[in-house]
Design a protein around this ligand. Structure first.
Ligand SMILES: [Zn+2]
Ligand SMILES: [Zn+2]
Length: 254
C-alpha cells in the first residue's frame, strides 16, 4: 500500500529525470494499488534532482500521495553537510543509510571478496556502530535497510540481536522508523532487510515500520511489498507508516 524508498536517478547511468520517467513510476504505483509513494534519491545526486517537476507530474495522479524524501549517506563526520541539504527543501521524510564506514564502500560488487576475507563480527560491529550514530544524529525519520552489511551473505558469529542491540535502542529512543526493504532478495543474501529475527525484535521494542522496494527503475516500484506486509501481519504488526512534512501517517495492514 505504500513504497517509501524509490529512486528516480540510477547508479550506473545517472540520467536526466524528465516528466515521462516520473510518470512511469507513478503509473506503476497506481497499477500496484499503492496509496503513497516516496521518492528518496541519494544525496550525492543532489544536482540532478528536480522536486518541482515531481510535484507537477504528481498532480496527474490525484489518488496517489506522492512524497519527496532523500536517502542521505550517513558518515559521522558529515552531519553538518546533511543538515545543510535538509535546510534547502521541505522534505516529507529522510532516510539515513550507511553504505560505507571507515572509507570502505561495502555494498559495491567489488567489495564482495573483501567481505569474505574480513572478520565478520568486526565488520558487523563497526557497521552497527555507525548505524547507531545515524539514529542518534536527529537528522532522519527512517533508517534504511537496517542490516545491509549482510548483502553478500556473510553471517556473523555473534548473535545478530546482540550486534544490533545498541542501534535498535537508539532507533527506539529517537522515534525513528525502520523499513522492510525488499531489495535484499535480489542481492547474494537473497532475503529482505532486515532478517526476520530482527523484524520480530523491532516489533517487540515497539518501533514502527515502513515499506520500501528500493526501486531504481519504474518496473520495480512496489516489488514484493505485498509479501512484506503479509510477513509483518503474520508476526503481529498491525500498521505501517508513511510520511508527510516529516510527520508519520499510519496505515492499517490487512
Ligand atoms: Zn541504500
Ligand atoms: Zn536506496
Amino acid at each position: 500500500m505504500l513504497d517509501m524508498h524509490v529512486h528516480l536517478i540510477g547508479h550506473d547511468d545517472p540520467r536526466e529525470v524528465n516528466r515521462e520517467i516520473i510518470r512511469e513510476y507513478l503509473e506503476e504505483a497506481s497499477i500496484r494499488g499503492l496509496k503513497e509513494i516516496g521518492f528518496a534519491d541519494h544525496d550525492y545526486f543532489w544536482n540532478q534532482m528536480n522536486f518541482p517537476m515531481i510535484r507537477e507530474v504528481a498532480e496527474e495522479f490525484p489518488d496517489l500521495a506522492v512524497r519527496i524524501g532523500l536517502e542521505a549517506e550517513y558518515r559521522p563526520h558529515e552531519e553538518g553537510r546533511i543538515k545543510q541539504l535538509l535546510e534547502q527543501f521541505p522534505f516529507d521524510f529522510v532516510i539515513g543509510s550507511v553504505h560505507e564506514f571507515d572509507g570502505w564502500i561495502f555494498d559495491m560488487p567489488e567489495a564482495e571478496a573483501i567481505h569474505h576475507k574480513k572478520n565478520a563480527d568486526e565488520i558487523y560491529g563497526r557497521y552497527f556502530e555507525v548505524v547507531t550514530l545515524a539514529a542518534k544524529s536527529g537528522l532522519f525519520t527512517t533508517i534504511g535497510h537496517l542490516d545491509l552489511i549482510k548483502l553478500f551473505g556473510v553471517r556473523p558469529g555473534k548473535d545478530i540481536l546482540t550486534l544490533a542491540d545498541e542501534a535498535l535502542t537508539a532507533v527506539a529512543e529517537h522515534g525513528l522508523v525502520l523499513e522492510v526493504n525488499t531489495n535484499g532478495r535480489y542481492k547474494p543474501v537473497a532475503e529482505f532487510y532486515p532478517e526476520r529475527r530482527l523484524v520480530e525484535e523491532i516489533m517487540r521494542r515497539g518501533i514502527e515500520f515502513t515499506l520500501g522496494s528500493d526501486a531504481h527503475c519504474a518496473k520495480v516500484v512496489g516489488r514484493d511489498l505485498e509479501e512484506a506486509s503479509q510477513m509483518l501481519t503474520q508476526i503481529g504488526v498491525h500498521s505501517v507508516v508513511g510520511f508527510a512534512n516529516m510527520a508519520k501517517i499510519s496505515y492499517k495492514l490487512g
